[in-house]
Design a protein around this ligand. Structure first.
Ligand code: PEP
Length: 254
């Protein structure tokens, strides 16, 4: 663990759990895991449970995240939720640019850039996801794709803010497929991202930014992934839906 970067173990529940299920999970996780001082546990529930979850996460080291947002404060955007509304709940993080948003709902780099900027404007921290498709990896364009997504998402942000950003490298071919990147494959891309941050901003910023890995993280591979120098946490889908499994991920050892 790099002392500059407190690890984040983040649960992305996607479209799962009712309010009662979300609250029961939050209570059980905190009761079984206790306060956290050397790591952070973050839960991103569907919007319907976000208010209740923000209230239920009471112990040190636990916080909530939204899974998405709109960049405008208000207006005629049926079905959308603004960063002002999310902040109002006491939420700390907002995931932006998840691959399901990019590839199922057609979100563009420009939309993701506006969302990340809006999250900062309203005093929260964006968890910005980047990652290549399998065809892009097979064509050896992983660095080109991830580099371009990163450049665009961070465009216009000052170094001070960029130092607080959380990035998530999520190779699309590893999400929900059971096919995890090896620790070495993940480390290679994380090191590339950190070098890119240094080139775009400076070394201090590059050393401060936490870069999470996501893609079929499970209790049995978390320790090996977390042992890599540039992996500062995990963004977890499927394995975050059961308390026992997410608890083990939060309690990673490396
Ligand atoms: C995700 O949704 O961000 C994710 C990584 O999902 P899974 O852990 O199920 O691959």
């Amino acid at each position: 663990m790099n002392p500059l970067r407190k690890p984040i173990l983040a649960a992305n529940w996607k479209m799962h759990k009712t309010v009662a299920e979300a609250v029961a999970f939050a209570e059980a996780l905190q009761e079984q895991t206790g306060p956290l001082t050397d790591r952070e546990a973050v839960i991103a529930p569907p919007f319907t449970s976000l208010d209740s979850l923000c209230r239920a996460l009471k112990l040190e080291g636990y916080s909530a995240s939204a899974q998405n947002c709109h960049w405008e404060e208000k207006g005629a955007f049926t079905g959308e939720i603004s960063t002002v509304m999310i902040k109002d709940l006491g939420c700390r993080y907002v995931i932006v640019g998840h691959s399901e948003r990019r590839h199922i709902f057609g979100e563009t780099d420009e939309m993701i850039r506006k969302k990340a900027a809006s999250v900062f404007t309203h005093g929260m921290v964006p968890i910005i996801c980047v990652g290549e498709l399998l065809v892009e990896r097979d064509a050896n364009s992983t660095f080109d794709v991830v580099g371009a997504q990163l450049d665009k998402a961070l465009e216009g942000l000052v170094s001070d803010l960029v130092g607080r950003v959380v990035l998530a490298y999520e190779p699309v071919w590893a999400i929900g497929t059971g096919r995890t990147a090896t620790p070495a494959q993940a480390q290679e891309v994380h090191a590339f991202i950190r070098a890119r941050l240094e080139a775009l901003f400076n070394k201090e910023v590059a050393n401060r930014v936490r870069i999470l890995y996501g893609g079929s993280v499970k209790p049995d591979n978390v320790d090996a992934l977390m042992a890599e120098a540039d992996l500062d946490g995990m963004l977890v889908g499927g394995a975050s839906l059961e308390v026992a499994s997410f608890k083990r991920i939060v309690q990673f050892e490396s």
